[in-house]
Design a protein around this ligand. Sequence first.
Ligand code: PMV
Length: 299
Amino acid sequence: MDSESIAYMNIALIKYWCKDKYDPYLKPLVSSISLLAKNLYTKTSIIKNDVDIFILNGEIQDEQETKKIFSFVDKVVPKREKIKIISENTMPTAAGLASSSSAYAALTKELNRFFKLNLEITQMAKISSQGSGSSARSFFEIAAFTKDGDIYEISTKLNLSMIALIVSEEKKKISSRKAMQICKETSPLIEKWKCENEKYFKLAKSALEENDFSTLGELMEKSTNLMHNTMMTSTPSFTYLNETSHKLISCIKNMRNLGYRVYYTLDAGPNVKVLYLKEDEDKVMNYLKKIYKGKIIKC
Ligand code: PMV
């Protein structure tokens, strides 16, 4: 392999859910904040080929997946030679661990390298948002992605860490793109979501800058709950959470009652992610290993 590009996944502290429009880059319906997950990444390389082909985790992808990826490639590089894209994920694909974030960020970086596009980080982030909204945030440690389409770094002294309690590694039944569309068109909570999540975004930004962990954690849970409630109140109503997810949410709340500094979040899947401070890692891990026998992944 000549060369390759790596991008990390990110997990939202304040959620992005629903698109406003593309002009040409994504303007999300709400502003979001994320944390880079440095143990979970996608490696992508591009080489010249006779036909366009996309290989993910060693498997040639079907027509639908290949079309999706190459329609993105064509937006970034409209006139180009045929290529082979080879990607490896270190995390379950499409199981609500937001692997699309690292996938599109790595692909954008690799397109920049292979086609010598000379793009700056912020430009790459914006371009990446055309493939997956969350991927725009994978270019920064703690990223803000505003509803106006701005993407930038937020600084904090908090040593934020996350682990994922893996409930299922199955591919999700409804893509987040489709799910966002259903919510935007049918959920009676959508106006509330737009308005409240913007407040959470501003408060979380201040909490990060002021190194206020408990406020940040509380806001993350509020944003998570409201996002999932837009799905529950949609027509048709749906949820990515299952019984185990709900049990784990109760466990995290219970841990807090016991004095642990832990907060939960969930994305488009049943896996529960836990936010904590690096200095509490041993304590938090020991407790979680005792109560949860499933897979635990450091993010
Ligand atoms: O990665 P996308 O563009 O399909 O969006 C997923 C959005 C969530 O992961 C559910 C929330 C977020 O802000 O990452």
